[in-house]
Every structure is written in structure tokens, then in C-alpha cells.
Ligand binder design. Structure first.
Ligand code: GLC
Length: 471
């Protein structure tokens, strides 16, 4: 991997503490832990990165913003046990008892090819695989430890297989990497023993250097759990600096205790309050790693609704699969994802590259927007007519997105009524109607509440700029 000339300013993108360090004209890696902590506190109160850094971030994140949908893969020694990826800690399994799983871990040939094919067919545009989860087992070739796939049961580099498989399907490649490590001798004592911290930080940084040097271009670095250190302890500034030097186009998340490029709401869909980029990661059942007894699967409709909610607020949806120890994907996951993929092939125009969408009020639909087109996603089909209340702009045309079939409608100041609809939902699990508007569609339900005609009260709506009747 060719080294680039990434400037110090570039790698500091969005990292408030580096801003604070820069303000004091101090290299961040020369700070003592205490100084670093103080700077981080100051940075936490500071505004996000200077506008000058934004063009580079926008360049790096362009594909990601359009992509909207990615596949998360949690796979490790815990997949052999099948009782959740936290089994080691939550069942109190000592390292001596857990580590032999590394020999029993015998995946079938190239399981990542199956995952990548599923991801592409589901309409996902990128993948993020656990290269090392909290258990400490590395799926990549590393000079730092024998506790890795090439030197244990698999006898081969599983990260290499994953990268090749994702690329072959035209998908972007992300690496999940857990800073927390339940296996390494220094993984806990690093919090109180400076020599252990130094060794452990060197171990972690070396992994990241290996991952970002040996597999070609990598698109996302997805840090996870930073226990038991803070950003100063992990030397996160130096970490990100190395990452951007090795991979100038990469994007990084916010879980190494620096803001990074995007936020990571987990198991919930919440747009970032400060307008930063965000990605909601979510399980398909209730476990990230394979848990054989967990049958609490989300329905295809729920998954599609979630994807719509992310797209509405211009976030991404990172949806997880937890393959078994042999790499096979639980059939129930495949069933749900297949249906989602079929829907996206018909309705993807309403999701990929969507713009921020203000309308959101309906009892049976949710919305996304692209330019002046409002996509009404009907989850519960109401029958032969459907309504959007409070739309503030004239609608020019309405059609079903999947079939292109035109829909009749009437519009007055308070509602757009879509009429002559089929009695049964025309698409499954969600039917999407495209409303071509005269301008960017916005909705005002309080206008409806206040102004819609009431018995014996003369309307004040005449004063407003709202629409005239049209059809
Ligand atoms: C949490 C869990 C972890 C999972 C991750 C995904 O941090 O500890 O098991 O990998 O969330 O976001």
C-alpha cells in the first residue's frame, strides 16, 4: 500500500482533541496521559472540526452517503459455541477453557463468498466484518500472536477471503476491530500498569497497521469498545494518523473515543443531533454473534421500515448476520434478507442517495425524499384510497414506484387524496407511491389542526399561501 502525503490536518479531521493540541501547538502524541485527558475534556466542549477539513471528509464519504445499506458480520470462536458473542465474559469462561475453541474452529471453504453474494442480492453496498472481536481471536495473519486463523483451526487468512469475496461482488470493504480484548494478558491491567499499557497499545496499533497494509484498499474502519482506556491511553490520535496515512480514502467511526467521521447508534435509529453522519447498526434477531436458540427474527417489513427511517434522515443502516462456526448463514436470516433484496430491486430509487425528508406524519406510511419527489411508503395498506395531510406544496403527478402505474389524486389546502387504489396492497411488504411535487415537499400538520374548517368558524386559511383545489 503506497504511503500518501496525508497532512497532519487531514488525519485530525473532526478530532476535537487534536484541535485542542494544535491550538497549543503540541504534537498530540507528546502529551502525557493527564494532559491528553484535559485536552479531550476541553475538546468535548469545542465545536466539531473546522470547515477547512470538510471537503476532504465529504470526498471520502460520498460513496457511503449514497450507499445507505451495509452488511455487518459477527463471526468468531463464539460462533462455534452458538451462545452469543459475549459468551466468554457472560458465562465467565477462563482463557484456558475458551482458547482451545481456536482449534475446533473449522470453517468450510470460502464462506465469505456466500455472505457477499447475499449482501449484493439484498441491495447492500458494503460489508463490515469482525476482524477481531472482544474474545481477542484474529481472523487475519499477524506477527503479534498465534491466536489467529492462519495458525489455528482454519489454517488460512479469513480476512483475505472476506476482502476478496466482497470485492468480487463489487462491494465496499469494512473492518470491524475491537480495542477491548479479553484474551491478551495486558487487556485489563493496561488500565493500571503503564508498562502493560505501552505493550498493549503497541499490540493493537500493530494489528491496525497489518490490517490496513496487507489487504489493499479498505473503505471503512469500524472500531469497537474502548474499555478500559480513554483516547489518551489508546493514543487514538496517533492511531487515526496512522490509519489515514495508510488509507487516505478510508472513513472511521467514533468508537476509539474520537469523533471520527460518523456516529454509531446501536440497536436504535437516531439521527445525530449535531448533523454529523450516522449509521445505525442492528441485529436481525437479538444477537450479533451466532446464538442458535435466538429466534426473535425481525420481519422483512420491519427491516424495510428501518431502512426507510434511516434513509429519511440520511443515515445508513448496517444490518448484521451471525454465521455459524462453519461460516454458513442461518436460513432465517437468508429468508428475511432475500425478501428485503427483492423489495429493494423494485423500490431502491426511494432509498439510495435520498435527501433529508421533513414529512413524517401518517398512520400507515412513512416517507423518504429525493429532490422534489416524495416517496410514500405504505406499510399498512388502507384500501382504495390513501391520504397525506398537511402537504405544503402542489403535487404534479402520482404513481406506484414499482410498476410506474399512474394514480389519480385530488389536493386541497389540507390533504392530498389518492383515489382509485387497489383494495389490496400492490407490493409487499411495503407499497411505495412516488409523489412528484412542484418544490421540495414539506408537511405541516399543525396548519391542518388549526386551520381546517370547523362548524360555525370562518376560516383564517385564506391569509396563508396554501394551495388552491387541484386534481
Ligand atoms: C457492542 C457489543 C458487541 C457488538 C457491537 C456492535 O459494542 O459489545 O458485541 O459487536 O456492539 O455494534
Amino acid at each position: 500500500m503506497a504511503r500518501n502525503k496525508t497532512s497532519r490536518r487531514n488525519w485530525m479531521i473532526g478530532t476535537g482533541s487534536s484541535m485542542a493540541a494544535a491550538a497549543l501547538r503540541l504534537p498530540a502524541y507528546n502529551l502525557t496521559a493527564m494532559q491528553g485527558r484535559l485536552l479531550l475534556q476541553a475538546a468535548a466542549q469545542a465545536k466539531p472540526g473546522p470547515a477547512a477539513d470538510e471537503p476532504d471528509r465529504q470526498r471520502r464519504m460520498k460513496w457511503w452517503h449514497e450507499a445507505r445499506f451495509g452488511m455487518f458480520i459477527h463471526w468468531g470462536l463464539y460462533s462455534v459455541i452458538g451462545r452469543h458473542e459475549w459468551v466468554m465474559e457472560n458465562e465467565g469462561i477462563p482463557v484456558s477453557e475458551y482458547a482451545p475453541l481456536a482449534k475446533q474452529f473449522k470453517p468450510k471453504p470460502f464462506p465469505a463468498r456466500e455472505w457477499a453474494k447475499i449482501a449484493r442480492e439484498t441491495g447492500m453496498r458494503y460489508m463490515v466484518m469482525t476482524t477481531k472481536h472482544h474474545e481477542g481471536f484474529c481472523h487475519f495473519d499477524t506477527k503479534t500472536t498465534d491466536y489467529c486463523s492462519p495458525k489455528q483451526g482454519p489454517g488460512r487468512d479469513l480476512v483475505r477471503e472476506y476482502v476478496d469475496a466482497a470485492r468480487a461482488e463489487g462491494l465496499r470493504v469494512g473492518f470491524y476491530y475491537s480495542l477491548m480484548d479479553w484474551h491478551h494478558p495486558d487487556g485489563a491491567r493496561c488500565a493500571t500498569d503503564e508498562a502493560a499499557r505501552k505493550r498493549f497499545v503497541e499490540y493493537i496499533h500493530t494489528h491496525l497497521r497489518e490490517l490496513l497494509s496487507n489487504y489493499g484498499k479498505i473503505d471503512i474502519l469500524w472500531y469497537d469498545v474502548s474499555w478500559p482506556l480513554d483516547a489518551a491511553g489508546w493514543e487514538s490520535e496517533r492511531m487515526n494518523k496512522m490509519v489515514f496515512e495508510l488509507q487516505p480514502d478510508i472513513i472511521v467511526n467514533n468508537r476509539n473515543k474520537l469523533p471520527g467521521d460518523f456516529s454509531t447508534p446501536e440497536q436504535q435509529i437516531t439521527a445525530d443531533k449535531e448533523g454529523r453522519a450516522w449509521e445505525s447498526c442492528m441485529t436481525l434477531n437479538d444477537s450479533w454473534g451466532y446464538q442458535r436458540a435466538d429466534d426473535d427474527w425481525k420481519s422483512p417489513r420491519r427491516v424495510i421500515q428501518n431502512l426507510i427511517s434511516c434513509s429519511r434522515d440520511t443515515g445508513n443502516y448496517l444490518l448484521n448476520i451471525g454465521p455459524r462456526g462453519d461460516g454458513s448463514v442461518p436460513e432465517e436470516s437468508v429468508r428475511v434478507l432475500t425478501e428485503v433484496g427483492q423489495w429493494l430491486r423494485r423500490n431502491g430509487d426511494s432509498i439510495y442517495g435520498s435527501d433529508p425528508c421533513q414529512p413524517r406524519r401518517s398512520n400507515y406510511a412513512s416517507f423518504t425524499r429525493k429532490g422534489n419527489t416524495l416517496y410514500m411508503h405504505v406499510h399498512f395498506w388502507p384500501g382504495d384510497y390513501a391520504v397525506v395531510a398537511g402537504l405544503q406544496v402542489p403535487v404534479k403527478a402520482a404513481r406506484f414506484l414499482a410498476s410506474g402505474e399512474k394514480i389519480n389524486f385530488q389536493q386541497d389546502k389540507y390533504r392530498v387524496s389518492l383515489t382509485g387504489l387497489p383494495a389490496e396492497a400492490p407490493d409487499h411488504p411495503v407499497s411505495t407511491i412516488a409523489l412528484e411535487c412542484d418544490a421540495e415537499p414539506t408537511q405541516d400538520n399543525i396548519f391542518v389542526r388549526k386551520e381546517k374548517p370547523r362548524e360555525g368558524v370562518s376560516s383564517r386559511a385564506g391569509k396563508s399561501t396554501h394551495l388552491q383545489e387541484c386534481s
